[in-house]
Design a protein around this ligand. Sequence first.
Ligand code: SAM
Length: 184
Amino acid sequence: MSAAVADPFAKIRTATNTHRGQHGCGAHPYDNGPLLAALAAATSARRILELGTALGYTALSFASGARDATVDTIERDPDHVRLARDNIAAAAMDHRITVHEGDFAIVLATLDPGYDIAFFDGGTPAPALHKTLRGLLRTGGTLITANLNHGGSADAVRKALFDGKTWRSALTDEDGETAISVKL
Ligand SMILES: C[S@@+](CC[C@H](N)C(=O)[O-])C[C@H]1O[C@@H](n2cnc3c(N)ncnc32)[C@H](O)[C@@H]1O
């Protein structure tokens, strides 16, 4: 089966790559939206938090996987916010996905805890943000961390996720790019 058939949002993923090529920004779309949709479905998620909206590819993937879920997604680039809102409205998902414009740390401070899934896809993971995400995630909730193989502060985050005491974690790929972690 081709990726275009398997991924209902493949066109937005392609548009994100095109946008990055034209604007030289950091809008790298995640590799595997269908994996995120399946995780949302498997966990019967009702509240999903995302850091790093870009053009809305992964927010739409999550929302498509869990039909009763709402998604809060955070993005500071105003062009990305506008394009994501357009894509989300075109997919008729704007009643379930809220794009919060602003810096992660500032917006996170305004959100209520109890999320079922949190997804970090906003550059290199950093311990302080991950601590905040842990606080917003319910016990038994699922944290998905991308870019864990970026080095620097990502190494400290990976160490915490695999401490065996506070998270139950597994890598999804041989490159060590993404971890799925359950909050213990
Ligand atoms: C890798 S892209 C997100 C890709 C998106 N999840 C997808 O798969 O299509 C990272 C995004 O995070 C945004 N970003 C990076 N650091 C941020 C911060 N501190 N606060 C808010 N947005 C940030 C960037 O502008 C960029 O659009």
